[in-house]
Design a protein around this ligand. Structure first.
Ligand SMILES: Cc1ncc(C[n+]2csc(CCOP(=O)(O)OP(=O)(O)O)c2C)c(N)n1
Ligand SMILES: [Mg+2]
Length: 328
């Protein structure tokens, strides 16, 4: 089915939320308000909102170290996310996990993950669980181009294909794994081609066009729900920032950056929405203003929260589990 006007508005709103959250995170990191690492999703906003538009609330996603966009797209709580980045006790992980460990089981968000390639296998677990339980839930598995060189990617595609698991493998090909450009880290151009090795459909789309992503994802989700197995969708996009905040990214050629900035998904989709009579300039501004307010509220919320009390340092950590097991 063609994407509806309501769906386009919803996708745009989520894209704006991500752009505003990540822009704030960039500035707050520079000010020293955010602790730990921050790998930002700026430039890749067209992907997760378009994929999650095709999902139900009870569906699952797996994420990566660059997870803010996935979590926001699946409905993550902005206040709890920001509090976690600020290292506060009321954050998603009590301020102990930071950017790379945000999860929300109630929303089917199976976790951001600092281990490159770990999400592939978690997705296989989620898909297998849905199949065994006899539900028609699906799992969207987000991952980067670099991670497709990990063994886990190949193991996961193989198992998902054999067992016809309801998984949508969404490769966010931003053309870099840290400082290593795609043409230096793999000999293929289209990662979608790797689907053929496991007899699953592989499709490459313009990852800066949310409608192209939506159309591919909608078909893949329908296929997965119908028990026909996984699909690999490669979304070609670009990481506008360095690998992490603080990385000057001097290895990215200036012309390359300029060419991708010209394809920035935000102004591009705004132009499309206006030209096709989906939203007026005022409506677009209305969404941006509302989102800016939400982000300002999240920052104010986070800033007012307490840090973890000292005695909590040994709670919810591995040693705690070991102690618990010993006591049994
Ligand atoms: C198992 C493992 N190996 C290496 C790393 C170090 N590392 C962190 S991010 C990254 C590159 C990931 O590239 P890609 O999958 O393309 O994701 P992107 O950062 O571009 O979103 C690497 C090698 C890691 N975190 N985990
Ligand atoms: Mg990458």
């Amino acid at each position: 089915m063609a994407v509806s006007r309501e769906q386009m508005k919803d996708i745009y709103t989520r894209m704006c939320r991500i752009r505003a959250f990540e822009t704030a995170a960039k500035d707050l990191f520079a000010e020293g308000k955010i602790y730990g690492f921050a790998h930002l999703y700026l430039g890749e906003e067209a992907i997760a909102p378009a994929v999650c538009e095709c999902l139900r609330d009870d569906d699952f996603i797996t994420s990566t170290h660059r997870g803010h966009g996935h979590i926001i797209a699946k409905g993550g709580d902005l206040n709890l996310m920001m509090a976690e980045l600020f290292g506060r006790y009321t954050g998603y992980c009590k301020g102990k996990g930071g950017s790379m460990h945000i999860a929300d089981r109630n929303l089917g968000i199976l976790g951001a993950n600092g281990i490159v390639g770990a999400g592939h296998n978690i997705a296989v677990g989620a898909g297998l669980s849905a199949k065994i339980r006899g539900t028609d839930q699906v799992c969207a598995c987000f991952f980067g181009d670099g991670s497709t060189n990990q063994g886990t990617f190949h193991e996961a595609l193989n198992m998902a294909s054999i067992w016809k698991l309801p998984i949508i493998f969404v490769c966010e090909n931003n053309h870099y794994g840290i400082s290593m450009s795609q043409d230096r880290h793999q000999a293929i151009k289209d990662i979608a081609d790797r689907g053929a090795a496991y007899n699953i459909p592989g499709v490459a789309v313009d990852g800066n066009d949310p409608i192209a992503v939506f159309e591919a994802a909608e078909e893949a989700v329908a296929r997965a729900r119908a028990g026909k197995g996984p699909t690999l969708i490669e979304c070609k996009t670009y990481r506008q920032r360095g690998h992490f905040e603080g990385d000057p990214a001097t290895y990215k050629p200036k012309e390359e950056q300029a060419a991708w900035i010209a394809k920035d998904p935000m102004p591009r989709f705004e132009k499309y929405l206006e030209e096709n009579g989906v939203m007026t300039a005022e409506e677009i501004k209305g969404v941006k203003d509302a989102v800016d307010k939400q982000i300002a509220e999240a920052i104010a919320f986070a800033d007012a929260q307490p840090f973890a009390p000292e005695e909590s340092a040994v709670v919810d950590v591995y040693s705690d589990i070991v102690a618990e097991v010993r006591e049994r």
